[in-house]
Design a protein around this ligand. Structure first.
Ligand code: HEC
Length: 281
């Protein structure tokens, strides 16, 4: 009696899981955006760290390409010298900050004025306000400080469970890389709106950012290939650092904590064995 009840419960549960899986697959098949391909990143996994050279190249892409439209309000130039980031020297930071124009003021005449950036300034927006940006670009370029953590894509219930186990946390960076290198002609039958560009990774497929990267556009001095894919990966790594500048520290502390727990666990086991060894049971 009890047994057959158990069996029917198990049957019902597996049916529910089957239905759930069915709905999830159907839903993702119906979606019109494509899942970004999974990249390998130096910082993934519990012990991952950033690749300094990649962060420095990524900064270069941000500076020479993206900063003409996008700000990074939460990041100060001096952070570029912090441990766990691109680790530019203080001198380099001073120099690179001075290549940005920062609005300051008001002066004693009550007017705002522009001056070269200082290490304590934050990455400015090239536009006085979002409306001005929209008027000239047809869309508002979002601040990029947190974008690597703010964007992701829907992976469905089942894949999310798998991600929990495999520790897959790079949906944001994978999306940004795919977006930057994923522009193409639209498929037959789709007309692209005025001032928009087709990109299969962007939800809805059309966005007001024209393809920002072209092969050979930015010089690399370390022999890294100057392809759009490489640029996209490097600037994504830089944006990931910007979104979580203390990531390396967090992972390091986490790893030490796990080790400590392991040692405590083992010693608790042997202590228990020793204490109870003379007690008859
Ligand atoms: C000529 C201006 C311009 C340049 C240069 C530019 N962008 Fe954009 N970007 C935009 C605009 C405008 C949008 C808003 C698009 C929209 O929502 O239709 C945008 C949106 C984005 C988004 C958000 C996409 C989303 O899912 O909402 C990301 C990420 C992004 N840009 C990254 C970059 C990076 C990285 C670079 C440098 C390689 C760059 N952009 C260069 C104008 C620009």
């Amino acid at each position: 009696m009890f047994r057959s009840k158990m069996i029917s419960r198990i049957a019902a549960a597996s049916l529910a899981v089957g239905l759930l899986a069915g709905t999830v697959t159907a839903a993702s098949a119906a979606g019109d955006t494509v899942h970004p391909p999974r990249q390998s990143w130096s910082w993934s996994g519990p012990f991952g760290t950033f690749d300094r050279a990649q962060l420095q190249r990524g900064y270069k892409i941000y500076k020479e390409v993206c900063s003409s439209c996008h700000s990074m309000n939460l990041v100060a130039f001096r952070n570029l010298a912090d441990k766990g980031g691109p680790e530019f020297s203080e001198g380099q930071v001073k120099e690179l900050a001075s290549t940005f124009k920062v609005t300051d003021g008001p002066n004693d005449k009550g007017e705002m004025f522009e001056r070269p950036g200082r290490p304590s300034d934050h990455f400015p927006s090239p536009f006085p306000n979002p409306e001005a940006a929209k008027a000239s670009l047809g869309g508002t370029p979002p601040d990029l400080s947190l974008i690597a953590k703010a964007r992701g894509y829907e992976r469905g219930v089942l894949l999310s469970l798998v991600d929990l186990v495999t520790q897959y946390q790079e949906q944001g960076p994978d999306y940004i890389t795919a977006l930057l290198s994923g522009y193409s002609d639209p498929p037959k039958g789709i007309t692209v709106g005025d001032g928009l560009a087709y990109n299969k990774y962007f939800p809805g497929g059309q966005l007001s950012m024209q393809p920002p990267l072209n092969p050979g556009q930015v010089d690399y001095t370390d022999g890294t290939p100057t392809t759009v894919e490489q640029y996209a990966k490097d600037v994504t790594a830089f944006l990931m650092w910007a979104a979580e500048p203390k990531m390396e520290e967090r992972k390091r502390v986490g790893a030490w904590f796990m080790l400590l727990m392991l040692i405590l666990g083992i010693s608790a086991y042997f202590t228990k064995k020793k204490i109870w060894s003379n007690v008859a049971h």
